[in-house]
Design a protein around this ligand. Structure first.
Ligand code: GAR
Length: 193
């Protein structure tokens, strides 16, 4: 059974969907939830499902081996970024080639890059009167919101939508697709290993 580590900085609704999806699934399980925010609601979600969680600071992630050692000791197979807002450092990228995936709440390459996250993405999409938005699930590299795309799904932006209603549509799309796409990525790992 493969082990997933989820990194999240906020509410963690996607993290919860992934935890639930793999709760009774023989393919993989969520082994640990990691966050850079002590007050992140994702910690409570992890507790509710009896999943180990760890909070770390900038120094621990970027200037020490604390997190990379933890991932190694727990024999993590796949890292899933679910609303995680910091870059993953080079040492962890090297340890997990094609084994770190991120979800972005827009159709990359549009509306990505530094500072483009969460509600700010939806506000920009609405301000530009886009007809479509959507989600992108992709492998990560050392830059924000780049790396090969694994999956995209679109939704219509209605004239009546605001950033809030668009965020709801996007979250619904994320919850519908993200756990299944994580499973597909894991099955491919299986085929390779
Ligand atoms: C999600 O919409 C995710 O796509 C976005 O943060 C939200 C987290 O929601 N990620 C980014 O913007 C990354 N650039 P959640 O905490 O409820 O899962």
């Amino acid at each position: 059974m493969k082990k997933i580590a989820i990194f999240a900085s906020g509410s963690g609704s996607n993290a919860q969907k992934i935890i639930e999806y793999f709760n009774e699934n023989p393919v993989a399980k969520v082994d640990i939830v990691l966050t850079n925010k002590r007050e992140a609601f994702v910690l409570e979600r992890a507790r509710n499902f009896h999943i180990t969680s760890v909070t770390f600071n900038r120094d621990e992630l970027y200037n020490s081996d604390v997190i990379s050692n933890l991932l190694c000791d727990r024999q993590i197979d796949l890292i899933v970024l679910a609303g995680f807002l910091w870059l993953i450092p080079a040492n962890i990228l090297r340890m997990f080639p094609n084994r770190i995936i991120n979800i972005h709440p827009a159709l990359l390459p549009g509306y990505g890059g530094r500072g483009m996250y969460g509600q700010l993405v939806h506000e920009a999409v609405i301000a530009n009167r886009e007809i479509f938005s959507g989600i992108t699930i992709h492998y990560i590299n050392e830059r924000y919101d780049e790396g090969d795309v694994i999956f995209q799904a679109k939704c219509k932006v209605e004239i009546t939508d605001d950033a809030h209603s668009l965020a709801e549509k996007i979250h619904a799309l994320e919850h519908m697709h993200f756990p299944r796409v994580v499973e597909e990525v894991i099955m491919k790992l299986d085929a390779k290993s």
